[in-house]
Design a protein around this ligand. Sequence first.
Ligand code: ZN
Length: 489
Amino acid sequence: MEHKLYLYNTLSRKKELFEPINPPHVGMYVCGPTVYGDAHLGHARPAITFDLVFRYLKHLGYKVRYVRNITDVGHLENDADEGEDKIAKKARLEQIEPMEVVQYFTERYHHDMEKLNVLSPSIEPRASGHIIEQIGMIDNILESGMAYESEGSVYFDVEKYNKQYHYGKLSGRVLEDLMSNTRTLEGQDEKHNPFDFALWKKAQPEHIMRWPSRWSEGFPGWHLECSAMSARYLGDRFDIHGGGMDLMFPHHESEIAQSVAANHVEPVKYWMHNNMITINGQKMGKSLGNFITLAEFFSGSHKSLTKAYSAMTIRFFILQAQYRSTLDFSNEALLAAEKGLDRLMKAWTTLEKLSPASTSTSDISRLQNNCYEAMNDDFNSPVVIANLFEGVRIINSVNDKKESLTADDLLLLRNTFSSFIGDILGLKQEEAASGSNTTLEGLMELVLGLRKDAKNAKDFATSDKIRDELTKIGISVKDTKDGATWSQE
Ligand code: ZN
């Protein structure tokens, strides 16, 4: 590879030169969503962060196998081991089958990701489709003596593992400190130690998602699926494992322990974690009422939003911060992102129309190099964007005849823009939203005018027909005292 890419490895806590285990192949695993509700801003950040990594590695010529799972079983309410299964709970409340919940929210997740121009992963495995692999892995962990069976459940023996390895190496925790800070909770007597986590849970009679095993009819623990599915598709040791910082402990920490115990090899070469998004300086949470779903952003329907924001605005907003920095959402920040993106996209359009001159007043190859250098420095997208805005300045000056570029430099700048804006940052020109799409607006004005004429002539059959036909293609018409208004789904 001609480019030297450095990425920050959470495991070593420093930037390291990226050297894949088996070049040009790269194996990358990212923890995907638990599909029991709509995706929110907090889901967009890891999706876009690792989409940027996926796109850039492909741009550099690597053959990337990107696995991002769907969690459809085993994720209990307190994120560790206790409470009701998140999907089963939703199914109970809605009185539907758990797999209906999974299907519905998986489709909505895919729809949101497509709008955000997040590429589909190479493989998107579901936890419930890999029960056999998970049971096989539990067998291996039991064989290595790092797990024990208790009342039909199987738990990972954290203390025993920690005698030989370090449980806490990823998140920088020390088990002895963790233990002294934790009270033993009631109802955990099945476990030897409160830090032991479930590999297999015996299903209570009311638990609907259950599979047979030699220990009990039950279900796998949440952490296990990622270890089992990453090993299944990427091997016992692979290049990159990503996810949000909130997953570092206990989820990723436990993944390492499980994989080492089962396969006797450190599973991941580079661990990458994106930082969190705060909302007006506050952590996001359902109880705080600042939990804004992507669908609400796209429609502007949440009370904290002053307007609707396009998917590309959200994407650009997220890319304006380096993935390891915190990112604070506010309407002002999104409005600024919307403006900035518009300026960038307009300049990109102008760039296609510029004519060459005999001399150049700017160094375009340096600008391109700066973009690569930023990406090679741990995917520093804000610095890439700053350099692209230097490009915007040059484009506008050339357009105003204050500066000039040769044919070669024009071509280089066009290539730089299409590689970095389009292929790497994954930004695209959006069809305008219904409010500003002039063709559609004009057509709707015409159609609603015809409907009004029909109504005035008391031809209600025609006016109703127009409304019904519009409804069929996703445009709803509402009659108000000021006339008819319309909106698009
Ligand atoms: Zn995971």
